[in-house]
Ligand binder design. Structure first.
Ligand SMILES: C[S@@+](CC[C@H](N)C(=O)[O-])C[C@H]1O[C@@H](n2cnc3c(N)ncnc32)[C@H](O)[C@@H]1O
Length: 190
């Protein structure tokens, strides 16, 4: 047995935390891999709200979902995740159990369109406010590019500043990999 890579580790915890009927948010839909996984985890009576600022990303996500016949339980929203908490209908705000951020740029897309530190922190903070106790918020950070390094520094400060009685933060990271590998924060609402 080997230790799971960052994305696999995150997916395993999404499976653990989500149950049939839950609501989940994919804050960075991209190619739709995380949305697809969340859609499976919330079951046939759950819902996923997926955000991306690029229509191209949402189209890829839509196609991936259709291929697996899971599009019915997913709402695709072409707007920034800094608006995510406000965009959820009330019953889904109350039912939110997991949110996922996979930072950086669209794989195979325009590398200049990337997540930005200010809006990332804004969105994480707003979603942490509404997520249910016991819910998990995942952030995969890519410190190998310029904006990613800024996001890393600011997210570290932000995570360390949270009151531990309200939010626990786990960091999952391989320390000796070359080329600035991605790492994961998991925020647990208590
Ligand atoms: C690394 S990709 C996500 C990968 C995706 N989770 C997957 O499974 O393929 C990051 C995505 O975040 C999107 N993005 C950038 N800023 C955003 C924002 N403010 N709100 C929502 N999405 C944003 C980009 O357009 C890009 O598609």
């Amino acid at each position: 047995m080997t230790m799971p890579d960052v994305l696999t580790f995150a997916k395993e915890w999404m499976e653990r935390v989500l149950e049939n009927g839950d609501t989940a948010v994919d804050a960075t839909a991209g190619t739709g891999r995380d949305t697809l996984h969340l859609a499976r985890c919330v079951g046939n009576s759950g819902s996923v709200f997926s955000f991306d600022i690029q229509a191209e990303a949402l189209e890829q996500t839509k196609q991936r979902l259709e291929k697996h016949h899971l599009q019915e339980r997913v709402f695709l929203l072409n707007t920034g995740h800094e608006h995510a908490a406000g965009q959820l209908p009330d019953e889904h705000r109350r039912n939110l159990k997991a949110a996922v951020f996979n930072l950086g740029y669209l794989p195979g897309g325009d590398k200049t369109v990337t997540t930005r530190t200010d809006t990332t922190i804004q969105a994480v903070s707003q979603l942490l406010n509404i997520i249910k106790p016991g819910g998990l918020l995942f952030v995969v950070v890519y410190p190998g590019h310029k904006e990613g390094r800024v996001e890393k520094d600011r997210l570290e400060d932000y995570a360390a500043s949270l009151p531990q009685k309200e939010i626990q933060v786990l960091r999952y990271e391989f320390m000796n990999q070359v080329n600035h590998p991605p790492f994961l924060f998991i925020f647990e609402k208590r």
